[in-house]
Design a protein around this ligand. Sequence first.
Ligand code: EPZ
Length: 438
Amino acid sequence: LEALGLESILEKLTIEGGRALRGKVTVSGAKNAAVAIIPAALLVDGVCTVENVPNIKDVNILTEIMTKLGAKIAWVTRNELRIDSRNIKSSSATFDIVKSLRASYYLLGALIGRFNSAQVAFPGGCDFGHRPIDQHIKGFKALGANVEDHMGVVTLKAECLQGSKIFLDVVSVGATINLMLASVMADGVTIIENPAKEPHIVDVANFLNAMGANVKGAGTDEIKITGVARLVGGTSYSIIPDQIEAGTFMIAAAASKGDVVVHNLIPKHMESLTAKLLEMNVLIESGDDWIRVTSGEELTPSNVKTMPYPGFPTDLQPLISVLLCLANGSSTLTEAVWDSRFQYVDELKKMGANIRVDGRTSYIQGVETLMGASLKSLDLRAGAALIIAAIAAKGSSSIYNVNYVDRGYEDIEGKLVNLGALISRQNISIDEYSANAI
Ligand code: EPZ
């Protein structure tokens, strides 16, 4: 269980709601950049030092997988990783733990990019509908790899990868990053058209360039990768702040009617959220690397639709839903990135939320207050949404399946306690788990 990052399965969070969050909180490094940059370090025959790494379960699962491949990985400090990829023994990652991490798919790009060969068990991770990787596969094939997909294991092989022009049919974060990893040492020029533009795409490109790659245009409509014969060597790199963690604290501040300064964020990355919060009557002030969120008189309703960056992030969709539940009037929330991401709605209904889901849209009628309840998180961001709902609610809540939250948030309850939340973690028996969490 520990290897799978699931030891917190027999734990719950207890939250006494109704306390406004106040004070300062510091955002950690970006999870979705870290889970790409760490495997990207496999591309170099050298040693990388990566700073501002979030110390979370998903990162620990990834380092365990890479250690099994022969990388030597050590935490130098709580948030700094040293990755030595000089003695990689294998390009085959088919052991069980690989399947527990969605981001394992980055091993495909990194291993084919370095060794012209990769074998990776098909990834799992948070379940919100069908999660295909056809765009990754289409890109690997365009680069000249032979692809086999057998019994949940994807095998890539190439004599030599050739640069190519790849048009992504859907905007995909994973495919964009995977094709950057695969093509840095391909022969010739690779162009990725219709790429994702999320901040972590740019972060991964910067990391690759720091190792000697030639990647241009990350964050724009076209990424051009000119293959280099080899990467010059390991590098030192610091990961950007986590846009979604920052958004989590901003929404928590507004939902609890609090006053919070969120530090170590990039305000530009938060624009789609700050625009929505302003529209909902939340007060915002910002500086170079901080945003202060203060609740206004009353939350006004709004219509939100998730979109690839710079649109409103799908990973904040369950969280903004909580705020819309507390607004005075009717709102709509449309999920346009994933087929299905409303599994948390039944939990919010237990707290008195008035939400109806129809296809990809939820219709929300605001209520005066949410009430504490026994809740189970069904995925990472759903869990974070329930924590915010419980903090804003009247009364006490228990949140089961905290393991999902631990996968992506570093010390979330420590940070919330510092802001005045009444939140604690308890061990539970298997009977309590069976009765409440499944
Ligand atoms: C990344 O997932 C993130 N995960 C997700 O965050 C995030 O929700 C998502 O990007 C969108 O922003 C990581 O970075 C590890 P996609 P990813 O490929 O890369 C379809 C979190 O909470 N698609 O951008 O897997 C797909 O079905 C996690 O931190 C294809 O059709 O997402 C989806 O509808 C959850 N074919 C859309 O594209 C493909 O080959 C976007 O997916 C790939 C994707």
